[in-house]
Each structure stands twice: as structure tokens, then as C-alpha cells.
Design a protein around this ligand. Structure first.
Ligand code: ADP
Ligand code: MG
Length: 727
């Protein structure tokens, strides 16, 4: 075996031709001892104490248990004990119980696709015996006594001993990783796994509500997870996660039975806007397997962030069932991920169902609860502005136009908010505008800053709405992202048409619109190092200057930079309050707004942004000023191609070091290249996972996009079919 150190030495030798050494003989390949193989494999299946608990509990579930209890000592390193009341293990199976690849759940490969048990690899117990001391006590139905036996390295340490036993099986795993010093040390140093174990069992308990679960620390009287068998899932959630979670949940369901392949059904519970938490909890079961799915998690988080901009992260329980042959359960060593057929379509359907549910629920809630907030904000309101339309405040049931959503007159006791207090009209407003209603009003309720009432911002938002092109809106809402066609254009499909869509234009517009919608209600991105304005603006000025003969202008540039810095410092309070762009008194930029969750702008563009704020914003007129700052932010946050050339393609030349005019082979600037690769990969990820999903939810594409090359139709399937027919 080659170890790390010999590898390093070899590389050093290659890099220094002076020490010429005869080429090394190829190392001999040997068969590893079985115990080594097993221990390596075990380290993969049992990565930490919580993975052992998961395997043991799954075995208990597979054994048809109705009660499972777990006891843990020292975060699981000292002891994990899982007891169940399942069918037990036969005496004659005990000798091979802990050998690798012994299982009662699978006999041939094809069984994988019709399997209903959790386990199938016959590896878990074996793995545990290679990294811990395992003792099994079990009794099967009709026996008067049970058996107890201990295992090490896959085999029994002694013949099974008769013993008294209660129904089912108890497995004790002691001294986990006793023979893997490094892992034990890391685990001892990291926060202990007990929290993870509690989390795991809580999740299991709410899904398997026909089984009672308990989990406690060794020696503790009180269990940290305690669920009783209950036919109601909501009851299980209540007993495990508490009343505060259970009372704020709504049921969601969606199913699809498309003969062409996308068949699934999902049911679950999602939190409403009363629920408060800093962390998303997604309890996801696919075909009864507890799994993780970051794409679904993100999709749901995006909807919550969109619908309740200042709201908490959601609690979500979902159980998805698909035909067994559509799920590959065998892609991850601990089975914590699965791969699904039609995953993207399924996620999209779930995402839109969650959105509808949340929106409808919020309509009701917002209408009911605005009153209290309204009174509070009236009392604290320092502003008095008389732009309220008396006609509007007198209206009873008329739908409220989006631009009139926010109260602008604190002197009018009814104010514009009055419109929200009306009972919901019977004919529900159409999907789009009702979503905006909720967004604006929820924001108002959650953060009653007076600033959001500025009518100029409302006018700008109304401008966006009125320029919206209905056909493009339909396309944006329903298109599917295919991939990037080049650095700027993405290929998207809508119905039977393929389009090239300019992601720079689209993202710029989206960011601009979102800046207006989140006006004065941004979360903030804290910069790790405050950035000095004057230096950055100077940098931008130098970059902008194409004339190389400009050294003599340096003074001038410095003066411009100073002036712009002073100007921005003067405007700092406004920039912070309305846009969450924070400039401290020393002229350093230290905070930027979150425009779309999960997205930070390309920091290489900060200089350009600052220059643009200083130069292009018309500060005197309120509306133009807000528009200018929002446009500058929009341009900064847009998904421009990274400044480093794209290394996949001709751009690679940029990373080749040159010696005179001769390209030096194998002499790539590796650091720069890897920076560039990361930047491009990150951007593509953001385009697919942030830009397109957010566009579907928020973008109101202006009519100009239909003609300015932002959307170009490149093919239509009908026409293509016609061409193929002729061939
Ligand atoms: P797998 O679950 O993949 O079959 P394991 O190593 O986890 O592999 O378990 C091996 C076998 O031991 C199982 O197939 C099952 O027959 C038996 N077994 C393990 N735990 C229990 C239990 N708690 N009750 C009954 N049988 C069990
Ligand atoms: Mg198992």
C-alpha cells in the first residue's frame, strides 16, 4: 500500500530534476487481509454513533416491533443499547448473524426493487462487530428462554448462552471505535452524538406512529424522546416536537399519476406563518426510508422565504411514496440518500403545492390579525403623510391593487391598511396578485417600519407590475431550465418551444424588482473584512479607464474617489435603513443586503457597485434615488459571467503561464485556475437552483424583454418534427 508520505516525496522528486533518481519499481499489489477489508468497510457504514443507532432501529422496525427503546452512554461511544419487542432471531441463525453479507431480507439482486424492509445489505451488525463489542439477547415466539451471545470481528465469541428474556431482541454495542483511535478522538472532541441520536429518533417516531419510541441517556430517569403509538400523525408530532410545533402545522398532499413515468404521492405537514424557528427541519421519508434531499429542502426554503420574507425557517414533515422501481436505494453507504426517477418534476410539484397552501393560509391569517399590529404601529408612528386616497379607505370589499397595499397615512385612523381588514371576498383574487398581497402585508405586519410606506417605492413597484408582459410571465413561470448554452445564455424549454434566455438581463431585472419588494426589510450579509470605500472606488476608476496614458490623472481620480466616499458617507444612514448597505463612519463598507436567499453577489464587483452608487444615482429626488440605488444593487447582484475567463473553452489560455512568447506546457496557474473553476461552477449552480426557481416565483418580466434579445426562440418541436418527418 502507498501511504501519504511516500506520495509526497515522489512528487517533490519529480519537481526537482537536479536530484535524478532511477524510476521506482511498481509497488507490489497484495490481497488485503479480510479483517482489514472488513474494518475499512465498517468504518464506512458506521460513521458515527448515530449511524449505529439508525441501523439498529431499522432492524427493529424490520422485525415488526411495536416498541423500541434506546439507551445511550457517552454519546454512544461507551454504550448503545436498542431493545425491541419484534420477532426475535432464531437460535440456529445466531452463528452467522454478524458475518458480513448475511441477511434475511434479500436473496437475489432483483429483490432490491421490490424490497419493503429497511435493511438489505447484511452489513450493519457485521460492521459493528469490527469496530465495537456487540452483545445480542433475543427470544423467538413460543420459546421458554432466550439466548445471549457476544460477537467480535464477525464471529461469536462463545456459544449462545440460555438466559431469561422478554419478547424481542436487545442489542448492546459497547466501546464503539475502540480500535480506531483517530475516529474515537475526533468524536470525543466534537460535540457528542446524543443530540443527533435524539434528532434521529424524533424523526423516526413521527413517521412510524404505529410504533412507540423512547430514547434516554444511561442512568437518566426521564426519556428525551417519548412517543406512544397513535393513529394520528399530528399527535405523534405533538408528543415528540411539542405543542408549539403541532399547533402551527397544516396538512399538505399532492399526487401525480402520469403514465409516462412521474407517479408519486406525498402527504405531510408544513408549518404556517405563526411558527418561529431559526433552522429548517425537514423530516423526509421516501418509501418509508428516512432520507435527506437538499434539493427539496432548498426548494421549500425558497417558497417560505418568498412568501414570508422575514419569517422563520419552516418545519416540514413529508412522506413521499413512489413505485419501488423508481427509487434507487443503493446509492449511499448509510442509505441516507436515494435517487429518484423524475426528481426535478416531483420537487417542482411539491414546491408549488407548498406555495399554494402557504399563500391560502396566509390570506386568512393576515386578514384576521392585521388589526392589532395596525394599532401598535399607529401609536409609534412618527410620520404623517397625506397621500391616502379617501376613496380607498371607504371601500369595503374591493380587491386592493398591489401598489396600494401599504398604509401611507398614519393620521387616518382607518389608513390604507383598512382595506386588509375586510373579510375576504368570495371570488378569490387571481393567483398572482393574491401572492403579492400576502407578501406585502405579511411584511408590513412582521416589521412595522414606517419606511416601507414610502409611496415612491410603491410607485416603482406598480411600475414594474404595469410593464409586465403576460406572455413572458407565463413562460417564466412554467419554463424548465435545460442548461447553459454559453456564458450568458441559458437554454430553457417552455411547452414545445426552446428559448435562449439571457441570464444576465433576467437576473439583473429580478434583483432590481426584489430590491424594491424587500425595501427596508432586508436581511444582511456581513462582510468578514470591512472594505474601504475610497480604495475600492479608486480601483474601479482605474479599471474603467481604458487610456493607458493616464498616470497624470491619478490625482484627479483620487479626488473623485474621495468625493464619492464623502457623498456615500453622507448617505450612509439612508442606505443602511432602506437598503441594508452599511457604511461605517470611517468609510468602510461592512454589510450588504440579502436580495435572494442562498445567494451572495460576486464580491469582485463591489468596486463597480460603489462607483455606480456614487456616480449614477440621482440623490435629490426620492423616487429617482430609490430607483437608482435599486438598479445599482440589481446590476451588482446580477449573475454576470465571473471576471476570470471561463476555463472550459478558449478561456483556458488565460491560465497558461508564458515564457516570452512560448507557451509553457504543463504550466497552468493552478490556483487561479481552480478559483476560476469554482467561480464558474458556483455561478452555474446559482443559476439553476436560485435564479430559475426564484424567477418562477417573483419575476415580472417587462415587455421590453420580448424584443431586446433577452428571450430568443430557437426551436419549436412541432417544426422540428416536421423536419424529421421529411428525413
Ligand atoms: P440487514 O438488515 O441488511 O439484513 P443487518 O446486519 O442489519 O443486515 O442484520 C442482519 C440480520 O439480522 C437481519 O437480516 C435480520 O434477520 C437479523 N436481525 C438484526 N437485528 C434484528 C432484530 N432486532 N430483530 C430481529 N432480527 C434482527
Ligand atoms: Mg439492518
Amino acid at each position: 500500500m502507498i501511504d501519504g508520505s511516500s506520495l509526497t516525496v515522489e512528487m517533490e522528486e519529480e519537481n526537482s530534476p537536479a536530484t535524478a533518481i532511477a524510476p521506482r519499481e511498481p509497488p507490489k499489489i497484495q490481497r488485503l487481509e479480510e479483517s482489514v477489508v472488513n474494518r475499512i468497510a465498517a468504518g464506512e457504514v458506521i460513521q458515527r454513533p448515530v449511524s449505529a443507532v439508525k441501523e439498529l432501529v431499522e432492524n427493529s422496525l424490520d422485525a415488526d416491533s411495536s416498541s423500541i427503546s434506546v439507551v445511550v452512554k457517552d454519546g454512544g461511544l461507551k454504550l448503545i443499547q436498542v431493545s425491541d419487542d419484534g420477532h426475535g432471531i432464531r437460535r440456529e441463525d445466531l452463528p452467522i448473524l454478524c458475518e458480513r453479507h448475511t441477511t434475511s431480507k434479500l436473496t437475489k439482486y432483483e429483490d432490491l426493487f421490490s424490497l419493503s424492509s429497511m435493511g438489505f445489505r447484511g452489513e450493519a451488525l457485521a460492521s459493528m462487530t469490527y469496530v465495537a463489542h456487540v452483545t445480542v439477547t433475543t427470544i423467538t415466539k413460543g420459546q421458554i428462554h432466550g439466548y445471549r451471545v457476544s460477537y467480535r470481528d464477525g464471529v461469536m465469541e462463545h456459544e449462545p448462552k440460555a438466559c431469561a428474556a422478554v419478547k424481542g431482541t436487545q442489542i448492546m454495542v459497547e466501546n464503539l471505535f475502540y480500535n480506531m483511535t483517530a475516529r474515537r478522538k475526533t468524536l470525543q472532541n466534537s460535540a457528542d452524538d446524543y443530540g443527533k441520536i435524539v434528532d434521529l429518533l424524533s424523526r423516526m417516531a413521527i413517521h412510524h406512529n404505529n410504533v412507540s419510541f423512547s430514547c434516554r441517556k444511561h442512568g437518566a430517569v426521564k426519556a428525551d424522546v417519548h412517543s406512544v403509538m397513535s393513529p394520528s400523525r399530528l399527535d405523534s408530532i405533538r408528543s415528540v416536537y411539542g405543542v408549539s410545533v403541532a399547533k402551527n402545522l397544516m396538512k399538505v398532499e399532492v399526487s401525480s399519476c402520469d403514465p409516462s413515468g412521474c407517479t408519486f404521492d406525498m402527504e405531510g405537514f408544513i408549518s404556517n406563518s405563526n411558527y418561529v424557528s431559526k433552522k429548517t427541519i425537514l423530516v423526509l421519508f421516501i418509501n418509508d426510508r428516512l432520507v435527506e434531499c437538499s434539493a427539496l429542502k432548498r426548494a421549500i426554503e425558497i417558497v417560505y422565504a418568498a412568501t414570508l420574507p422575514k419569517a422563520s425557517k419552516p418545519f416540514v414533515y413529508m412522506s413521499i411514496n413512489l413505485p419501488r422501481e423508481h427509487v434507487d436505494i443503493n446509492i449511499h453507504p448509510t442509505k441516507k440518500e436515494v435517487s429518484l426517477l423524475n426528481q426535478e418534476i416531483i420537487i417542482e410539484m411539491i414546491q408549488s403545492e407548498v406555495e399554494v397552501k402557504l399563500r391560502n393560509a396566509n390570506d386568512t391569517r393576515t386578514f384576521q390579525e392585521q388589526k392589532v399590529e395596525y394599532i401598535q404601529s399607529t401609536l409609534t408612528s412618527p410620520r404623517s403623510d397625506s397621500t391616502v386616497s379617501p376613496k380607498l379607505s371607504g371601500q369595503k370589499t374591493q380587491k386592493v391593487p398591489v401598489n396600494k397595499m401599504v398604509r401611507t397615512d398614519s393620521s387616518d385612523p382607518a389608513g390604507r391598511l383598512h382595506a386588509f381588514l375586510q373579510p375576504k371576498p368570495h371570488n378569490l383574487p387571481d393567483k398572482v396578485s393574491s401572492l403579492s398581497v400576502v407578501r406585502s402585508s405579511v411584511r408590513q405586519r412582521r416589521n412595522p417600519k414606517e419606511t416601507a410606506d414610502l409611496s415612491s417605492v410603491q410607485e416603482l413597484i406598480a411600475g414594474v407590475d404595469s410593464c409586465c408582459h403576460p406572455g413572458l410571465l407565463e413562460t417564466v413561470r412554467n419554463c424548465t431550465y435545460v442548461g447553459m448554452a454559453d456564458d450568458v445564455f441559458a437554454l430553457v424549454q417552455y411547452n414545445t418551444h426552446l428559448y435562449l434566455a439571457n441570464v444576465v438581463n433576467l437576473s439583473k431585472e429580478l434583483m432590481y424588482q426584489q430590491t424594491l419588494r424587500r425595501f427596508a426589510h432586508f436581511n444582511a450579509i456581513q462582510l468578514s473584512d470591512p472594505a474601504p470605500l475610497s480604495e475600492l472606488i479608486l480601483l474601479a476608476l482605474k479599471e474603467e479607464d481604458l487610456d493607458p496614458e493616464t498616470d497624470k490623472n491619478d490625482d484627479l481620480k483620487e479626488r473623485i474617489a474621495e468625493m464619492n466616499t464623502e457623498l456615500l458617507k453622507e448617505k450612509a444612514e439612508m442606505l443602511e435603513e432602506y437598503f441594508s448597505v452599511y457604511i461605517d463612519s470611517n468609510g468602510n463598507l461592512s454589510r450588504l443586503p440579502v436580495i435572494l436567499d442562498q445567494y451572495t453577489p460576486d464580491m469582485d464587483r463591489v468596486p463597480e457597485f460603489l462607483l455606480c452608487l456614487g456616480n449614477d444615482v440621482e440623490w435629490e429626488d426620492e423616487k429617482s434615488c430609490f430607483q437608482g440605488v435599486s438598479a445599482a444593487i440589481g446590476n451588482f447582484y446580477a449573475m454576470h459571467p465571473p471576471l476570470l475567463p471561463n476555463p472550459s473553452g478558449d478561456g483556458i489560455q488565460f491560465y497558461t503561464k508564458r515564457d516570452g512568447n512560448v507557451e509553457m506546457e504543463d504550466n497552468l496557474d493552478k490556483d487561479l485556475l481552480s478559483d476560476a473553476e469554482n467561480a464558474w461552477a458556483q455561478r452555474e449552480w446559482s443559476i439553476q437552483h436560485v435564479l430559475f426557481p426564484s424567477m418562477r416565483l417573483f419575476l415580472k418580466p417587462p415587455a421590453s424583454m420580448a424584443s431586446n434579445g433577452t428571450f430568443v426562440k430557437v426551436a419549436s418541436l412541432e417544426k422540428l418534427y416536421k423536419i424529421f418527418e421529411r428525413c
